[in-house]
Design a protein around this ligand. Structure first.
Ligand code: UD1
Ligand code: CA
Length: 460
């Protein structure tokens, strides 16, 4: 049975931020979420140590992970001090400790670490990584696969600094042994902090074994400053693009394609550069996602074309639909099969029926649009009366001429024809023609010539 302690009290000084470091977003998730989602499957309880602006971290966790306990570390006196603050809450026999700032840690590595503690005769285990540029990390001094001590960058000799085996900050210990180690830790280092890393030497000197388990350097990466945050983001997106390519998706330029882990994409879909696909999004096969489009929390079926510069959020797009360029599809919209939403069209909380088209410059909000409907350029559903939103219903086979306002609540019956420039304020019966435009006047001789004469007195 495992208690996980996630350290998240630090200010993140190197971020130079007013927001606690672990709440900084990497994609659509905060840094700490990337860690927590890996820890959850192995933990019988999770304790997060909060400190700097702890109330913000607590509030965030309460909403997303209500079962997690938090404990306040009033002063940030170091990683060992943080674990000490959590210690009274720890109820399980095995303790897993992780920093809240390592978004690449894998579930498999946590499992491996816990397995070592379970199966081998050791007091603890720690995850270490070999890094070409170990700067900033604690260096692990080993003997026969066991850790002897960890020395932090600021306290290391030149020789120690050349060691490339670094501490990832992930450990597991048996609880009574951790207690013993914590007792012995003193703030005798350059920063005057209680370093959890000192636990290793204390245990070694007491004759306990702490095994080092190696993971890839990518997993060990901590995010301490904005540069590392950017690297982490780029790496996450690049890794995802590679995975997509391996599964049969064309990603034309993986360096400039930004798809989150949570997204799935079907075979033979082509993703162009400068596309962002985020959150809980599923895209089918044989789609084309053109440059500069953003898709968030949406379902897109097969053979869909999303043209350049579209923003799509919490929408469902059925097979063979074409969207954009420059379209905005807002939450709770469904574009049914073979429908078309073209340039500069905004659709909100609406259904566009099969084979219907709104090709240019329209606002469709709170509307139900049937099959084979043609919505002309400049059509607006006037859904808001300043107090409430109202619904517009457009039945099958309707033709709506350009520059029409549909003042909701209103219904346009099946097969009706609305003349261009109409303002529709009442329900329209099936199969009828509606024109509300003002009658056209012709005043002969009142053109430009007449105008110039009146304005400048010129006669030609
Ligand atoms: C730490 C390790 C280092 C390791 C690196 C891996 C120590 C002394 N050093 O260094 O060996 O290579 O992680 O990324 O442990 N925190 C608290 N309370 C505090 C101080 C820190 O909760 O008083 C939290 C931070 O919020 C952070 C984590 O502990 O999530 C690690 O702290 P950080 O300052 O990032 O440590 P590093 O310098 O990266
Ligand atoms: Ca760190």
């Amino acid at each position: 049975m495992v208690s996980a302690v996630v350290l998240a009290a630090g200010k993140g000084t190197r971020m130079k931020s007013d927001i606690p470091k672990v709440l900084h977003k990497l994609g659509s998730k905060a840094l700490i979420e990337h860690v927590l989602e890996k820890v959850v499957p192995f933990s019988d309880e999770i304790i997060v140590v909060v400190g700097y602006k702890g109330e913000l971290v607590e509030e965030f966790l309460k909403e997303k992970y209500p079962e997690i306990k938090t404990v306040l570390q009033k002063i940030q006196a170091g990683t060992a001090h943080a674990v000490k603050c959590a210690f009274p809450l720890i109820s399980q026999e095995k303790v897993l400790i992780l920093p809240g700032d390592m978004p690449f840690i894998k579930k498999e590595s946590i499992k491996k670490l816990l397995d070592v503690l379970e199966r081998e005769n050791v007091a603890g285990a720690l995850l270490a990584a070999e890094i070409d540029d170990p700067q900033g990390y604690g260096r692990v001094i080993e003997h026969n696969g066991y850790a002897v001590r960890i020395v932090e960058e600021s306290d290391a000799t030149n020789e120690e600094r050349s060691i490339k085996t670094v501490n990832t900050g992930v450990y597991c210990f048996r609880k009574p042994i951790l207690a013993k180690a914590l007792e012995g830790i003193k703030p005798d280092n350059k920063k005057g902090e209680y370093y959890l890393t000192d636990a290793i030497k204390i245990l070694y000197d007491l004759g306990y074994k702490v095994k080092t388990v190696k993971v890839s350097w990518r997993e060990g990466m901590g995010v301490n400053d904005r540069r590392q945050l950017s690297e982490a983001y780029k790496r996450k997106c690049y890794d995802k693009a590679l995975k997509l390519m391996e599964s049969g998706v064309t990603v034309l330029c993986p360096e400039y394609t930004f798809v989150e882990d949570t997204v799935s994409v079907g075979k033979d879909t082509v993703i162009y550069p400068f596309v962002f696909i985020e959150g809980d999004t599923k895209i089918g096969s044989c789609c084309e996602i053109k440059p500069f489009s953003v898709i968030r929390d949406s379902l897109i079926d097969d053979n869909v074309i999303i043209n350049e510069h579209c923003v799509i959020e919490r929408a469902v797009i059925e097979k063979e639909v074409s969207v954009g360029p420059f379209a905005r599809i807002r939450p709770d919209t469904r574009l049914k099969r073979r429908s078309r939403v073209g340039n500069f069209v905004e659709v909100k909380k609406s259904v566009i029926g099969e084979n219907s088209k709104a090709n240019h410059l329209a606002y469709i909000g709170d509307a139900k649009v049937g099959k084979n409907v043609n919505i002309g350029a400049g059509t607006i559903t006037c859904n808001y009366d300043g107090v409430k939103k109202h619904e517009t219903v457009i039945e099958d086979e309707v033709f709506i001429g350009s520059d029409t306002q549909l003042v909701a609540p209103v219904k346009v019956g099946r097969g009706a024809l609305i003349g261009a420039g109409s303002t529709v304020t009442r329900d329209v019966p099936e199969d009828s023609l509606v024109i509300t435009r003002a009658p056209m006047k012709i005043l002969e001789g009142r053109g430009i010539k007449n105008y110039k004469k009146r304005k400048y007195g010129i006669e030609d």
